[in-house]
Design a protein around this ligand. Structure first.
Ligand code: A3P
Length: 296
Protein backbone atom coordinates (compact mmCIF):
# COMPACT_ATOMS: atom_id res chain seq x y z
CA UNK A 1 0.00 0.00 0.00
CA UNK A 2 2.68 2.49 -0.96
CA UNK A 3 4.99 1.53 1.93
CA UNK A 4 7.93 -0.82 2.04
CA UNK A 5 7.68 -3.16 5.00
CA UNK A 6 10.18 -5.21 6.95
CA UNK A 7 9.24 -8.17 9.17
CA UNK A 8 10.58 -7.89 12.70
CA UNK A 9 9.63 -10.05 15.67
CA UNK A 10 6.47 -11.20 13.90
CA UNK A 11 5.28 -7.73 12.79
CA UNK A 12 5.40 -5.87 9.48
CA UNK A 13 6.99 -2.51 10.19
CA UNK A 14 7.38 0.26 7.61
CA UNK A 15 11.05 0.40 6.63
CA UNK A 16 11.00 4.12 7.43
CA UNK A 17 9.97 3.34 11.02
CA UNK A 18 12.39 0.51 11.59
CA UNK A 19 15.36 2.50 12.92
CA UNK A 20 13.10 4.84 14.91
CA UNK A 21 11.45 1.83 16.55
CA UNK A 22 14.77 0.23 17.46
CA UNK A 23 16.01 3.55 18.79
CA UNK A 24 12.83 3.94 20.87
CA UNK A 25 13.28 0.44 22.25
CA UNK A 26 16.84 1.21 23.21
CA UNK A 27 16.69 4.76 24.53
CA UNK A 28 13.19 5.58 25.73
CA UNK A 29 12.69 5.58 29.51
CA UNK A 30 9.06 5.86 30.56
CA UNK A 31 8.18 7.79 33.69
CA UNK A 32 5.50 6.47 36.03
CA UNK A 33 3.10 9.27 35.16
CA UNK A 34 3.55 9.02 31.37
CA UNK A 35 0.52 8.29 29.21
CA UNK A 36 1.01 6.18 26.10
CA UNK A 37 -1.64 6.12 23.37
CA UNK A 38 -1.27 3.04 21.18
CA UNK A 39 -2.90 2.23 17.87
CA UNK A 40 -2.64 0.55 14.51
CA UNK A 41 -2.47 3.52 12.10
CA UNK A 42 -5.94 4.79 11.08
CA UNK A 43 -7.77 3.42 14.09
CA UNK A 44 -8.55 6.72 15.84
CA UNK A 45 -5.13 8.02 16.89
CA UNK A 46 -5.95 11.66 16.09
CA UNK A 47 -9.21 11.54 18.03
CA UNK A 48 -7.62 9.86 21.04
CA UNK A 49 -4.77 12.37 21.05
CA UNK A 50 -7.16 15.31 21.04
CA UNK A 51 -9.35 13.79 23.77
CA UNK A 52 -6.52 12.77 26.09
CA UNK A 53 -4.73 16.08 25.68
CA UNK A 54 -7.94 17.96 26.51
CA UNK A 55 -8.85 15.77 29.48
CA UNK A 56 -5.43 15.90 31.06
CA UNK A 57 -4.93 19.63 30.50
CA UNK A 58 -8.43 20.81 31.36
CA UNK A 59 -7.11 22.83 34.32
CA UNK A 60 -4.41 24.42 32.19
CA UNK A 61 -6.46 25.68 29.24
CA UNK A 62 -10.10 26.67 28.98
CA UNK A 63 -11.93 25.20 26.00
CA UNK A 64 -11.86 28.47 24.07
CA UNK A 65 -8.11 28.77 24.59
CA UNK A 66 -7.28 25.17 23.77
CA UNK A 67 -4.08 24.69 21.75
CA UNK A 68 -6.13 22.26 19.65
CA UNK A 69 -7.77 25.29 18.03
CA UNK A 70 -4.47 26.33 16.52
CA UNK A 71 -2.37 23.12 16.38
CA UNK A 72 -2.96 19.77 14.73
CA UNK A 73 -3.35 17.07 17.45
CA UNK A 74 -0.24 15.32 16.09
CA UNK A 75 1.96 18.29 16.87
CA UNK A 76 0.63 18.43 20.46
CA UNK A 77 1.12 14.72 21.17
CA UNK A 78 4.32 13.35 19.62
CA UNK A 79 4.51 10.02 17.85
CA UNK A 80 6.97 8.34 20.15
CA UNK A 81 9.09 6.44 17.66
CA UNK A 82 9.39 9.22 15.11
CA UNK A 83 10.00 12.01 17.58
CA UNK A 84 12.52 9.98 19.50
CA UNK A 85 14.34 9.43 16.26
CA UNK A 86 14.28 13.09 15.40
CA UNK A 87 15.47 14.13 18.86
CA UNK A 88 18.08 11.57 19.69
CA UNK A 89 20.18 14.21 21.35
CA UNK A 90 17.32 14.59 23.85
CA UNK A 91 15.92 11.09 23.80
CA UNK A 92 13.86 11.23 26.93
CA UNK A 93 11.84 14.30 26.13
CA UNK A 94 12.83 16.29 29.18
CA UNK A 95 11.36 19.29 27.40
CA UNK A 96 7.78 17.99 27.49
CA UNK A 97 5.54 19.08 30.35
CA UNK A 98 4.07 16.57 32.80
CA UNK A 99 2.23 14.34 32.48
CA UNK A 100 3.88 13.48 29.18
CA UNK A 101 1.52 12.09 26.54
CA UNK A 102 2.97 10.09 23.66
CA UNK A 103 1.39 8.05 20.94
CA UNK A 104 2.88 5.01 19.31
CA UNK A 105 2.14 2.36 16.70
CA UNK A 106 4.66 -0.07 18.20
CA UNK A 107 3.15 -3.52 18.95
CA UNK A 108 2.91 -4.40 22.66
CA UNK A 109 5.68 -6.96 22.65
CA UNK A 110 8.12 -4.61 20.87
CA UNK A 111 7.52 -1.68 23.25
CA UNK A 112 10.49 -0.49 25.31
CA UNK A 113 10.63 -2.50 28.58
CA UNK A 114 10.19 0.64 30.66
CA UNK A 115 6.70 1.22 29.21
CA UNK A 116 5.59 -2.26 30.24
CA UNK A 117 7.45 -2.31 33.56
CA UNK A 118 6.79 1.22 34.87
CA UNK A 119 3.54 2.50 36.33
CA UNK A 120 2.78 4.49 33.17
CA UNK A 121 -0.67 4.04 31.63
CA UNK A 122 -1.48 2.80 28.15
CA UNK A 123 -4.66 3.62 26.23
CA UNK A 124 -5.23 1.48 23.16
CA UNK A 125 -7.86 2.25 20.56
CA UNK A 126 -8.76 -0.16 17.79
CA UNK A 127 -11.25 0.01 14.98
CA UNK A 128 -13.20 -2.35 12.75
CA UNK A 129 -10.28 -3.62 10.64
CA UNK A 130 -12.14 -3.12 7.36
CA UNK A 131 -12.72 0.58 8.11
CA UNK A 132 -9.09 0.83 9.19
CA UNK A 133 -7.98 -0.83 5.94
CA UNK A 134 -10.01 1.55 3.76
CA UNK A 135 -8.91 4.55 5.81
CA UNK A 136 -5.24 3.59 5.48
CA UNK A 137 -5.65 3.13 1.75
CA UNK A 138 -6.99 6.65 1.28
CA UNK A 139 -4.36 8.07 3.61
CA UNK A 140 -1.46 6.48 1.74
CA UNK A 141 -2.80 7.37 -1.71
CA UNK A 142 -3.32 10.95 -0.56
CA UNK A 143 0.15 11.34 0.92
CA UNK A 144 2.25 9.32 -1.48
CA UNK A 145 4.76 8.40 1.27
CA UNK A 146 7.39 6.73 -0.82
CA UNK A 147 7.83 8.27 -4.21
CA UNK A 148 9.17 5.11 -5.84
CA UNK A 149 6.56 2.77 -4.38
CA UNK A 150 3.81 1.88 -6.84
CA UNK A 151 0.40 1.92 -5.12
CA UNK A 152 -1.22 -1.51 -5.09
CA UNK A 153 -4.58 -2.21 -6.64
CA UNK A 154 -7.35 -2.57 -4.06
CA UNK A 155 -7.62 -6.35 -4.44
CA UNK A 156 -3.86 -6.81 -4.07
CA UNK A 157 -3.73 -4.61 -0.98
CA UNK A 158 -6.72 -6.47 0.44
CA UNK A 159 -5.10 -9.84 -0.21
CA UNK A 160 -2.03 -8.71 1.72
CA UNK A 161 -4.17 -7.28 4.50
CA UNK A 162 -5.87 -10.67 4.90
CA UNK A 163 -2.41 -12.20 5.31
CA UNK A 164 -1.52 -9.60 7.92
CA UNK A 165 0.96 -7.86 5.62
CA UNK A 166 0.31 -4.16 6.22
CA UNK A 167 1.77 -1.32 8.25
CA UNK A 168 2.21 -2.62 11.86
CA UNK A 169 0.35 -5.81 10.93
CA UNK A 170 -0.91 -8.36 11.44
CA UNK A 171 -3.67 -6.22 12.95
CA UNK A 172 -4.97 -9.23 14.90
CA UNK A 173 -1.64 -9.73 16.69
CA UNK A 174 -1.34 -5.98 17.29
CA UNK A 175 -4.80 -5.87 18.86
CA UNK A 176 -4.41 -9.11 20.80
CA UNK A 177 -1.12 -7.94 22.33
CA UNK A 178 -2.86 -4.96 23.95
CA UNK A 179 -6.13 -6.84 24.54
CA UNK A 180 -4.40 -9.57 26.55
CA UNK A 181 -2.38 -6.96 28.45
CA UNK A 182 -5.68 -5.22 29.26
CA UNK A 183 -7.27 -8.45 30.48
CA UNK A 184 -4.22 -9.13 32.64
CA UNK A 185 -4.04 -5.64 34.10
CA UNK A 186 -6.98 -3.34 33.32
CA UNK A 187 -5.48 -0.62 35.56
CA UNK A 188 -2.47 -0.47 33.25
CA UNK A 189 -4.10 -0.80 29.82
CA UNK A 190 -7.43 0.72 28.81
CA UNK A 191 -8.86 -0.88 25.68
CA UNK A 192 -11.19 1.23 23.54
CA UNK A 193 -12.98 0.76 20.25
CA UNK A 194 -13.54 3.59 17.74
CA UNK A 195 -17.11 2.38 17.20
CA UNK A 196 -17.91 2.67 20.94
CA UNK A 197 -16.65 6.25 20.98
CA UNK A 198 -18.94 7.00 18.05
CA UNK A 199 -21.95 5.60 19.94
CA UNK A 200 -21.37 7.49 23.19
CA UNK A 201 -18.45 9.87 23.27
CA UNK A 202 -19.29 11.44 26.62
CA UNK A 203 -19.24 8.03 28.30
CA UNK A 204 -15.81 7.41 26.75
CA UNK A 205 -14.48 10.81 27.85
CA UNK A 206 -15.48 9.98 31.44
CA UNK A 207 -13.98 6.52 31.15
CA UNK A 208 -10.62 7.86 29.93
CA UNK A 209 -10.52 10.43 32.74
CA UNK A 210 -11.33 7.80 35.38
CA UNK A 211 -8.71 5.47 33.98
CA UNK A 212 -6.10 8.22 34.16
CA UNK A 213 -7.01 8.97 37.76
CA UNK A 214 -8.49 12.39 36.98
CA UNK A 215 -12.23 11.69 37.00
CA UNK A 216 -14.54 14.66 36.38
CA UNK A 217 -15.96 16.24 39.52
CA UNK A 218 -19.70 16.78 39.94
CA UNK A 219 -19.01 20.47 39.53
CA UNK A 220 -17.22 19.93 36.20
CA UNK A 221 -20.04 17.69 34.99
CA UNK A 222 -22.58 20.37 35.90
CA UNK A 223 -20.58 22.97 33.99
CA UNK A 224 -20.86 20.76 30.91
CA UNK A 225 -17.11 20.23 30.61
CA UNK A 226 -17.41 16.64 29.38
CA UNK A 227 -19.74 17.70 26.59
CA UNK A 228 -17.48 20.63 25.68
CA UNK A 229 -14.40 18.41 25.42
CA UNK A 230 -16.32 15.90 23.31
CA UNK A 231 -17.43 18.69 21.01
CA UNK A 232 -14.01 20.33 20.72
CA UNK A 233 -12.48 16.97 19.73
CA UNK A 234 -15.27 15.92 17.38
CA UNK A 235 -14.49 15.13 13.76
CA UNK A 236 -16.58 18.08 12.56
CA UNK A 237 -14.89 20.69 14.73
CA UNK A 238 -11.35 19.48 14.17
CA UNK A 239 -11.80 19.02 10.43
CA UNK A 240 -13.14 22.53 10.01
CA UNK A 241 -10.36 24.30 11.86
CA UNK A 242 -8.12 26.37 9.63
CA UNK A 243 -4.99 24.68 11.02
CA UNK A 244 -6.24 21.26 9.95
CA UNK A 245 -7.12 22.35 6.41
CA UNK A 246 -3.55 23.28 5.51
CA UNK A 247 0.02 22.39 6.47
CA UNK A 248 1.83 19.15 7.18
CA UNK A 249 2.93 17.00 10.11
CA UNK A 250 6.64 16.09 10.08
CA UNK A 251 6.89 18.01 6.83
CA UNK A 252 5.34 15.14 4.88
CA UNK A 253 1.82 14.21 5.92
CA UNK A 254 -1.01 16.60 5.07
CA UNK A 255 -2.90 17.77 8.17
CA UNK A 256 -6.14 17.52 6.20
CA UNK A 257 -5.50 13.83 5.46
CA UNK A 258 -6.16 12.94 9.10
CA UNK A 259 -9.78 14.02 8.67
CA UNK A 260 -11.46 12.19 5.81
CA UNK A 261 -14.96 10.89 6.68
CA UNK A 262 -14.83 9.79 10.31
CA UNK A 263 -17.58 7.23 9.83
CA UNK A 264 -18.32 3.64 10.73
CA UNK A 265 -19.00 1.02 8.07
CA UNK A 266 -17.75 2.87 4.97
CA UNK A 267 -15.96 -0.32 3.87
CA UNK A 268 -19.25 -1.68 2.49
CA UNK A 269 -18.84 0.74 -0.43
CA UNK A 270 -15.49 -0.73 -1.50
CA UNK A 271 -15.42 -4.49 -0.96
CA UNK A 272 -17.17 -7.25 -2.92
CA UNK A 273 -19.23 -9.92 -1.11
CA UNK A 274 -16.48 -12.45 -1.85
CA UNK A 275 -13.85 -10.22 -0.19
CA UNK A 276 -16.07 -9.77 2.84
CA UNK A 277 -16.69 -13.50 3.10
CA UNK A 278 -12.97 -14.18 2.96
CA UNK A 279 -12.37 -11.59 5.64
CA UNK A 280 -15.00 -13.09 7.95
CA UNK A 281 -13.10 -16.35 7.88
CA UNK A 282 -9.79 -14.61 8.58
CA UNK A 283 -11.30 -12.78 11.56
CA UNK A 284 -12.91 -15.92 12.92
CA UNK A 285 -9.67 -17.87 12.70
CA UNK A 286 -7.66 -15.14 14.41
CA UNK A 287 -10.01 -13.66 17.00
CA UNK A 288 -12.56 -16.33 17.90
CA UNK A 289 -12.31 -17.20 21.56
CA UNK A 290 -10.39 -14.00 22.42
CA UNK A 291 -13.50 -12.04 23.41
CA UNK A 292 -12.63 -9.37 20.83
CA UNK A 293 -15.48 -8.96 18.35
CA UNK A 294 -16.10 -6.74 15.29
CA UNK A 295 -19.30 -6.52 13.28
CA UNK A 296 -18.63 -7.53 9.69
P1 A3P B 1 -11.50 7.78 7.83
O1 A3P B 1 -10.37 7.71 6.86
O2 A3P B 1 -12.33 6.53 7.83
O3 A3P B 1 -12.32 9.00 7.71
P2 A3P B 1 -5.84 8.04 12.72
O4 A3P B 1 -6.23 9.20 13.54
O5 A3P B 1 -5.50 6.82 13.53
O6 A3P B 1 -4.81 8.41 11.73
O7 A3P B 1 -7.14 7.60 11.93
C1 A3P B 1 -7.73 8.46 11.01
C2 A3P B 1 -9.19 8.10 10.90
O8 A3P B 1 -9.89 8.65 12.02
C3 A3P B 1 -9.81 8.72 9.66
O9 A3P B 1 -10.88 7.84 9.31
C4 A3P B 1 -10.29 10.05 10.21
O10 A3P B 1 -11.29 10.65 9.42
C5 A3P B 1 -10.82 9.63 11.56
N1 A3P B 1 -10.84 10.73 12.52
C6 A3P B 1 -9.92 11.71 12.68
N2 A3P B 1 -10.29 12.55 13.67
C7 A3P B 1 -11.46 12.09 14.14
C8 A3P B 1 -12.35 12.55 15.16
N3 A3P B 1 -12.10 13.63 15.87
N4 A3P B 1 -13.49 11.84 15.36
C9 A3P B 1 -13.77 10.73 14.65
N5 A3P B 1 -12.97 10.25 13.66
C10 A3P B 1 -11.82 10.92 13.42
Amino acid sequence: NGRQLVKYDGFWLPVLYFRPILSTQKYFRAKDNDIILATVPKSGTTWLKALTFSIVNRDVYTIDQSPLLTCNPHTLVPLLELDLYFHQENPNFQHISNPRIFSTHIPFKILPDSIRDSECKIIYICRNPLDQFISFRHFSLENNFEKDAVPLELDEAFDMFCQGIHSMGPFWDHMLGFWNAHLKNPEKVLFLKYEDLKVDIEFSVKKIAEFLGCAFSVEEEKQGLIEQIAKLCSFESLKNLEVNKTGHVHGAVKNSSFFRKGEVGGWTNYLTPAMVERFRKVLASKLDGSGLIFKI
